[in-house]
Design a protein around this ligand. Structure first.
Ligand SMILES: Cc1cc2nc3c(=O)[nH]c(=O)nc-3n(C[C@H](O)[C@H](O)[C@H](O)COP(=O)(O)OP(=O)(O)OC[C@H]3O[C@@H](n4cnc5c(N)ncnc54)[C@H](O)[C@@H]3O)c2cc1C
Length: 430
């Protein structure tokens, strides 16, 4: 059994935990930081299933600022994270292209562009049919108009996590830490014990992704988040018309999306409306889990790759054998699953006729826990925990150190901030 002492203990070595460590180390280089990771390596959670995309165009101001600051950090990663980090991140910036096929979808995209311009995101472009056909002819004639975000792309999330760890000199990382229990005394945290020992620390950050709520219970608290399994798949092949320099292509509702991957492949995602029926056929269906089902692979739906391709083929008008309807896509598929973690109905609702209506929220919760001194949580990073990691880390660090928020809009990422306008900027129908 080993015992260590630290000034701050971080639990969870994914994007949120490693970014918090990096930001703490930058804010105060004298801090001794310890990080407990349950897996055999950093990034053993949802980031493994991620599409690793990033964009600044978020309709809620707090999220827009989070992503804008994060992109600034990625673009200056050598100076701000660690020497060599920029090259390691392998950033590509071909943009995001949201397409519309019907009059209604075209109107919605145009309204989105207007709203994003009003937030100062003037780089978002509106493309009419002629412009889409001129710049992206491979999408085909069915696409009537598009919204294009040129400041978007993707990067290597594992390299990002490693870079945060490398950029935090004064950190001790402990792997394979099973059964972590947060220790408290007299209304404040004291550290944590785990299968191999314990770490004494007056400040603790919970950054354990989908496992944050059960971890919080070890300290006697219920963190208000719930989970939805989300899937992605990589194919080693993509159809000839779909070029290597293509942006992330986001189809219309229900918003299946795809981008080129490596030289000849493609990476697909689709945030369809999920429920527990397949997992628990004998129970009433629910749209969220409270505790993760382990291993998450139990939530993998084998129909997902073919259903996503079928949907895209229908929308883009590809007949059997062409484009997304080519059977070659289904050979050698790598199909992954991970959890999206988001605010639950107690932390995301609005009032209507005196009643609380739950709303889907994209806002992370990055805040000090009010009733337990020394505890900070960085959770509910939904589908953007990679693109938001640097700024989320800086915000978590500000809470740990009791400093001012890096920008006032980040107050909206607090606990019990139940509603902000334009908060459901995900790729779902909700
Ligand atoms: C299909 C899919 C596609 C996605 N696409 C994107 C995208 O394109 N762009 C983007 O920005 N984001 C995307 N995401 C979201 C992104 O992956 C998550 O928001 C991000 O990984 C959350 O980071 P986290 O550190 O909070 O949690 P995680 O990544 O889950 O990391 C948590 C870490 O904590 C460890 N841990 C858990 N419990 C304990 C414990 N008790 N003790 C110690 N360690 C513990 C885990 O092993 C893990 O290493 C996607 C996610 C999925 C599932």
């Amino acid at each position: 059994m080993s015992t260590a002492t630290a000034d701050v203990l971080i639990i969870g070595g994914g994007p949120a935990g490693t970014a918090a460590a990096w930001a703490l180390g930058r804010a105060d280089p004298t801090l001794r930081i310890a990080l407990l990771e349950r897996g055999a390596q950093l990034g053993s959670g949802a980031s493994n299933a991620s599409l690793e995309n990033y964009r600044t165009a978020w309709p809620a101001a707090c999220l827009m600022r989070l992503m804008t600051r994060s992109l600034e950090v990625f673009e200056n990663a050598d100076e701000l994270i660690a020497p060599g980090a920029h090259n390691a991140l392998g950033m590509r910036q071909p943009g995001y292209l949201y397409v519309g096929f019907t009059e209604r979808q075209v109107t919605e995209l145009r309204e989105d562009v207007e709203h994003l311009h009003s937030l100062g995101l003037e780089h978002i472009e509106w493309l009419n049919w002629d412009e889409v056909q001129r710049r992206f002819p491979w999408v085909g004639p069915r696409v009537r108009a598009a919204k294009y975000d040129p400041r978007a792309g993707w990067l290597d999330s594992n390299a990002m996590i490693q870079a945060f760890a490398r950029g935090t000199m004064q950190m001790q990382v402990l792997f394979d830490c099973a059964d972590v229990v947060i220790e408290t005394e007299g209304g404040r945290v004291r550290g944590a014990r785990y299968s191999g020992g314990r770490v004494d620390a007056p400040r603790v950050v919970i950054a354990a992704g989908a496992w944050s709520r059960p971890l919080g219970r070890t300290a006697g608290i219920e963190i208000p988040v719930h989970l939805v399994p989300r899937q992605s798949f990589t194919t080693p092949w993509r159809h000839e018309d779909f070029p290597l320099d293509a942006p992330l292509l986001i189809s219309s509702a229900p918003f299946a999306h795809v981008r080129p991957e490596a030289q000849h492949g493609a990476l697909f995602g689709f945030e369809y409306r999920w429920n527990t029926r397949q997992l628990f056929p004998d129970e009433p269906a629910r749209e969220h889990l409270i505790d993760p089902v382990m291993p998450p692979e139990r939530c993998r739906d084998p129909r997902f790759p073919s259903a996503t391709l079928l949907l895209l083929a229908r929308q883009f008008g590809h007949d059997y054998g062409e484009g997304f309807a080519s059977p070659r896509y289904l050979r050698g598929v790598d199909h992954r699953v991970g959890y999206y973690v988001s605010r639950d109905a107690s932390n995301a609702w609005r009032e209507e006729n005196g009643e609380r209506i739950p709303v889907p929220s994209q806002r992370a919760i990055i805040d000090a826990w009010p009733e337990l001194e020394g505890l900070v949580i960085s959770v509910a990073h939904v589908g953007h925990g990679i693109m938001s990691a640097p700024a989320a880390g800086e915000l978590a660090a500000a809470h740990v150190l009791g400093r001012d928020l890096p920008c006032p809009e980040f107050a909206d990422l607090g606990l019990n901030v139940n509603f902000v306008e334009h908060d459901s900027g995900g790729l779902t129908n909700e």
